[in-house]
Design a protein around this ligand. Sequence first.
Ligand SMILES: [Zn+2]
Ligand SMILES: [Zn+2]
Length: 340
Amino acid sequence: MKAGVLYGNEDIRYEDIPMPEISDDEVLIRVKMTGICGSDIPRVLAGGAHYYPIVLGHEFSGEIAEVGTNVKGFEIGDRVSGAPLIPCMKCGDCENGNFSLCKNYTFVGSRLQGSFAEYVKLPAKNAIKFDKSVSFEQGAFFEPATVALHGIKCSDYKGGKDVAILGGGTIGLFTMQWAKIFGAKSITVFDISDSRLELAKKLGADYIVNPKKEELQNGKFNFVFETAGQPATMKNAFEIAANKASVCFIGTPHADITFTPREWENINRKEFRLTGSWMSYSAPFPGDEWELTSHYFGTGQLKFDDSLIFKKYPLSEINEAFKLFKDPSKVGGKIMICNQ
Ligand SMILES: [Zn+2]
Ligand SMILES: [Zn+2]
């Protein structure tokens, strides 16, 4: 089969590799679409891969092509999305159902062969079926949608409150939609890109704020979700939180951050609760993050918009796709790698 094999920085070769061979508890998936994740960028551009050569790709959809002998509930041709985490299932965190926190995990597309290929194999419990009404493009957005929902779960989210989403990227826009599905009184999305704010509005945000042009509305929000991982948005979270708010950091930080005592003191004076969120798994594995994403994409309540996708490339041009990220400011949404 063909695959995009990473040999070193900016060196992904489209070449033949052996087909994966499945065990009794696995399924083989004919890959249709894979999104390039932010976490793939340093692996390709900055020497961040665990080893070489490797096939990356972990946000994917496809069709079942082969089913292991012990596997029940799947048929050839079923449409599935892949949950890429394979936790050890033995450590204390796994026993408590906190699979995202497992320290002995492995991961499809960073340690095991991923989906920048014609086929990928998965333990059957990592395959999530979805309805025919859900496109393969949407199927490749399950992972970011589940990451957003895990943040909602980590913050003990309740409806009937004012919600703020800092960052209108893929994760931010899904977090916004989950907050709405679960009954927000109002949702405000903050971003410095007007086009992302327009998309937020289209997908259901009640209010949009560009902090470069407008006031932040300090102290207003009962639930605050930080999804950009930027020092500015992390500090904004401390300002816009209401007294007794719940603040959740979903975005992965990329730079040092400093707070003045006045800024930090917000956490004391407002007695807000700050928590983080990591990946998208809960018990029973892989968690209702995945089941609910499949359900709400199926009903159409979790909306998808083509403008979430910036550009599509065939697998044979995967190297070109990654070169776009040498200037990330030019990438206005998800890049997809497609198989015919
Ligand atoms: Zn990812
Ligand atoms: Zn574990």
